[in-house]
Ligand binder design. Structure first.
Ligand code: G6P
Ligand code: ZN
Length: 545
């Protein structure tokens, strides 16, 4: 093989991929051989890539370009036949999934640390996706990890960096590299799912204004092309649309705290009708109407109830899945539609088997992730276009659509209280304490609430029968209310305790209460049961969503 070099190396500790791949500080990745070892471990374990096609792209954060050049040289030295790379090294996470599926690639490498800040002193990440377009299942990531522990060499080739800013075909050793338009394939997929004509008419009507906050992250080019160029939204609809290596110093996480600029734009009589945001790598979404925040749990339920209005889903949906802590609003829609609703552990990967088997069409999580069978990642812009399609057909405000939904199905009041960066030992002690309480809880009465069941959530995958235990403590009450406790799997400092609280309210005259007021009795029960103050020394959560 042309110019192939074998480089001796030694293993690094801690190259175990987490929920969303290997995430570390940029400085860790910049150590000599660190990235190379991990990438070689992918090729050493994934023989399908030999002579195959590999998709490579990232969210544009600091170190994205250098990492791609390194990966391409290693891929060329390991017998990959073709690499498809997004122009400028840019591909959103759902776009990688779309491109893998469209071109029947054998896998993909996504460079991102999602919503974590970017920059020389911030985070970087690498994730391997398989031929279905989804994140590698644990059995694959375990193999890769095992390989990183014994790796003693990697292969690369001597070659100058490629110009990734120019579309076209290049030769790198024996490998063909195609620099592809980052947006085109994804935009074409979106056009096949949604009623673009109706959305265009909505924008042309002049009676509707929206803002999309790309947060200086990867969705900028996608949103400008699709919303402004293809759908005719007024120029300036997309704000913070230029991807920057440090995301402009911001925190590219679409929630009410980090997307505050957008929240202000959707406020009051001068405010826009619809506002949305996505995260660093384009898989999360936040949906706002004028002075109206749609919780991700409600968003999933509304999309499911109205899917028949959208061309890609007009024949109906096969089923819905939601992560366990996500509110049960979607369950009520599934029941009304007569389709199954699956409750999975937190983490998008748990939807993969259900999607592949055709059991579900839509899925979502309370953590601002929504998606469908069109790709195998959650998809931020997809959710925004789904909402636009509904707004264009219904010609109602976001708030009116959600209120009507509550009238029909009842409202699942919902909140999440996070206690971030608490002492890990204290957090483990708190969860242990809750475990010991579990058998004593059923039938116990707390004020107006009677416990119906209390357990530690365990999931048996209906397709491959794999079992995931210890996925969070659930306390369910006879009226359908729930309190869920779990420790975050993505935090970086100490432990983060998440408490999810939900109460079902069928009475439409009681749908306009402030969420924290409506849930106050359950919030108090949760704090007392878990002995939060005594165990964490915190009197209040750090974040409420
Ligand atoms: C990532 C995953 C999501 C998951 C979320 C949960 O964003 O992609 O699928 O819902 O993490 O994070 P947590 O911190 O609650 O474990
Ligand atoms: Zn993300």
């Amino acid at each position: 093989m042309t110019d192939r070099k074998e480089i001796a190396t030694t293993p690094f500790d801690g190259q175990k991929p987490g929920t969303s791949g290997l995430r570390k500080k940029v400085k860790v990745f910049q150590q000599p051989h660190y990235l190379e070892n991990f990438v070689q471990a992918i090729f050493d374990t994934q023989s399908v890539l030999n002579n195959g096609c590999l998709v490579v792209g990232g969210d544009g954060r600091f170190y994205n370009r250098e990492a791609i050049q390194i990966i391409l040289r290693i891929a060329a030295a390991n017998g990959v036949a073709t690499a498809l790379v997004g122009r400028g090294g840019i591909l959103s996470t759902p776009a990688v999934s779309c491109v893998i599926r469209k071109y029947h690639a054998q896998g993909g490498i996504v460079l991102s640390a999602s919503h974590n800040p970017g920059g020389a002193d911030e985070d970087f990440g690498i994730k391997f996706n398989v031929a279905s377009g989804g994140p590698a299942p644990e059995i694959v990531t375990d193999d890769i990890f095992v390989r990183t522990r014994s790796i003693d060499r990697y292969f690369t080739i001597a070659a100058a960096p490629l110009d990734l800013d120019l579309l076209g075909e290049y030769q790198l050793g024996d490998m063909k590299v195609q620099v592809i338009d980052s947006v085109a394939d994804y935009a074409e997929l979106m056009a096949s799912l949604f009623n673009f004509d109706a959305i265009r008419q909505l924008f042309e009507s002049g009676a509707f204004r929206m803002r999309f906050d790309a947060m200086h992250a990867v969705t900028g080019p996608y949103a400008v092309e699709i919303l402004e160029n293809i759908l005719g939204a007024e120029p300036g609809t997309v704000i913070n649309g230029i991807p920057l290596e440090d995301f402009g110093g911001g925190h590219p996480d679409p929630n009410l705290v980090h997307a505050h600029e957008l929240v202000a734009l959707a406020h009051g009589s001068d405010g826009v009708d619809f506002a949305a945001a996505s995260d660093g790598d384009g898989d999360r979404n936040m949906i706002l109407g004028n002075d109206f925040f749609v919780t991700p749990s409600d968003s999933l339920a509304v999309l499911a109830a109205n899917a028949h209005l959208v061309p890609g889903y007009h024949q109906g949906i096969a089923g819905i899945a939601r992560s366990m802590p996500t509110s049960q609003a979607a369950d009520r829609v599934a029941a009304a539609l007569g389709v199954d609703c699956y409750e999975t552990p937190t983490g998008w990967k748990f939807f993969g088997n259900l999607l592949d088997a055709g059991r579900i069409t839509l899925c979502g999580e309370e953590s601002f992730g929504t998606g469908s069978h069109h790709v195998r990642e959650k998809d931020g812009l997809w959710a925004v276009l789904f909402w636009l399609n509904l707004l264009a057909i219904k010609r109602q405000s976001v708030g009116a659509i959600v209120r009507e939904h509550w009238q029909r199905f009842g409202r699942n009041y919902y909140t999440r209280h996070d206690y971030e960066a608490i002492n890990s030992t204290a957090a483990d002690g708190l969860m242990h304490h809750l475990h010991t309480l579990l058998p004593t809880l059923p039938q116990r009465v707390f004020g107006n609430y009677t416990v119906a069941y209390a357990d530690d959530f365990c999931y048996v995958d209906p397709i491959d029968a794999s079992m995931s235990t210890g996925q969070g403590i659930r306390i369910g009450f006879t009226d359908g209310s729930r309190i869920v406790f779990r420790l975050s799997g993505t935090g970086t400092e100490g432990a983060t305790l998440r408490i999810y609280i939900e109460q079902y309210e069928p009475d439409a005259t009681r749908h306009e209460r402030p969420v924290q007021d409506a849930l106050q009795p359950l919030i108090t029960i949760a704090r007392e049961l878990a002995q939060i103050e005594a165990r964490t020394e915190r009197t209040a959560p750090t974040v409420i969503t």
